[in-house]
Design a protein around this ligand. Structure first.
Ligand code: PMT
Length: 402
């Protein structure tokens, strides 16, 4: 929630990229911003104001003289207390109006009256973008300390390729956070997270696995991303959507997960192992489907212990393990912390109704290397994720260095 408490005016102008403003609004709301949407008349031809109204849970403003605006001078009233006006998409028209002091509708009037930073995210065809007048307007506004994010070069609505694509919502948000001086408390960190189960094949159609859905690990990945970290998510088979802006590496077996973790360990500053790695695998995988018989003897052998391997080779990374227990939670978790040489372990009693596999909530106890124990009540996995990261960053900030 990097934008919590920030008041943002989102100006939307008449470009096909107006549909991307819907995703941008959603991301701004996810980050906790208080967003008021102002649309130009042409923008309403591309996306209905109702879409923005539903997402922002606020009226969408468009006209200077709408009858329901009461006695306030609307362009001044909306601007009051705003931290930033972000125009995305910004057409050649709104850029031209702003550069030339034209105030002939609500958004252009607000831009002229603005006392807060203004950020423009241009979107137009490359022929318009390269027009010398548009370029002159952009340079003029840049000299007046108006910020521009993008445009990017790529495929345009016309089918041509060139400069003029509106920047992606996540890139705009990163730019905005920089502009507002917001740095997430994990910015500069790379967090490597494992999630989900592994699968160890018995034959081409059967495998040994666990009930892990990946929810706990994905929640940590999302929380770390929104707190400014670069996130690498190594995921076993899970039917969840990879959160935006996260690098995902898909693996199936414990061996593959070990390789992926080892390959990316040196890129990371924090490793969090939520994955429910299968502890055993069949000694041999049958080449064809095993026929239904009376009974079969399956010889199982140990899979590599990823955390143990990592902790033998790691540098300064802060390593967090999980312990999925059904009895003697603290004793077993402390033993895993010791044997695996972890910095912290998150113990969960997976037999409790609100905890563990597949649930949207978890009930965890944190144990650190010094033996300090913190118990937490049942919480949504997203809150557990933030709580774990709070503890990790607090240790790192106190000078922990592996
Ligand atoms: O995915 P969800 O449905 O949201 O469920 C979340 C969860 C229950 C999977 C999660 O909260 C959890 O407890 N994850 C750890 C599961 C587990 O395998 O625990 P363990 O006690 O067996 O292993 C201890 C630690 O060693 C874990 O960090 C595990 O990732 C790691 N391990 C285990 C085996 C192995 N071969 N290599 C390992 O590195």
């Amino acid at each position: 929630m990097t934008l919590a408490g920030k008041k943002i005016i989102l100006g939307v102008t008449g470009s096909i990229a107006a549909y991307k403003a819907v995703f941008l609004l959603r991301r701004l709301i996810e980050e906790g911003a208080d967003v008021t949407v102002v649309m130009t008349r042409y923008a309403t031809n591309f996306v209905a104001p109702l879409t923005f109204q539903v997402l922002s849970k606020k009226p969408v403003y468009s006209g200077m003289f709408d009858p329901d605006q009461g006695k306030d001078i609307i362009h001044l009233y909306l601007n009051r207390g705003a931290d930033v006006i972000l125009v995305a998409p910004a057409t050649a028209n709104i850029i031209g109006k702003m550069a030339n002091g034209i105030a002939d509708d609500l958004l252009s009037t607000m831009l002229i009256a603005a006392r807060c930073p203004v950020i423009l995210a241009p979107a137009m065809d490359y022929e318009m973008y390269e027009n010398p007048v548009v370029q002159k307007n952009i340079s003029y506004l840049r000299n007046l300390k108006i910020d521009f994010v993008g445009p990017e070069t790529g495929l345009l609505a016309s089918g041509d390729t060139g400069p003029g694509r509106m920047s992606e919502p996540d890139d705009i948000i990163t730019f905005l956070e920089d502009k507002l001086g917001i740095k997430g408390d994990l910015s500069g960190h790379t967090v490597l997270i494992t999630a989900g189960p592994t699968r160890e094949a018995i034959d081409p159609v059967r495998y040994i696995s666990s009930r892990s859905s990946g929810k706990m690990g994905y929640a940590i990945a999302e929380a770390a991303k929104s707190r400014g970290a670069k996130v690498i998510l190594i995921t076993g088979p899970a039917s969840l959507t990879i959160p935006q802006g996260i690098e995902a590496i898909n693996v199936i077996t414990a061996e593959e997960m070990l390789d992926a973790v080892m390959n990316r360990l040196s890129d990371s500053t924090v490793l969090i192992m939520t994955a429910a790695v299968s502890d055993f695998r069949p000694a041999e995988k049958a080449i064809s489907k095993i026929k239904k018989g009376e009974a079969i003897n399956l010889k199982l052998i140990k899979t590599p212990d990823i955390l143990e391997e990592v902790c033998k080779k790691k540098g300064n990374q802060f390593v967090v393990g999980f312990a999925a227990e059904t009895e003697d939670l603290i004793t077993n978790a402390k033993e895993k912390l010791r044997i695996k040489h972890l910095d912290m372990i998150v113990a969960n009693n997976v037999s409790l109704p609100g905890a563990g596999f597949e649930k949207d909530t978890n009930i965890v106890t944190l144990i650190d290397k010094e033996g300090k124990i913190k118990e937490y009540p049942e919480m949504p996995k997203s809150d557990v994720a933030d709580m774990i990261l709070d503890n990790v960053i607090s240790k790192i900030n106190k000078g922990y260095n592996g």
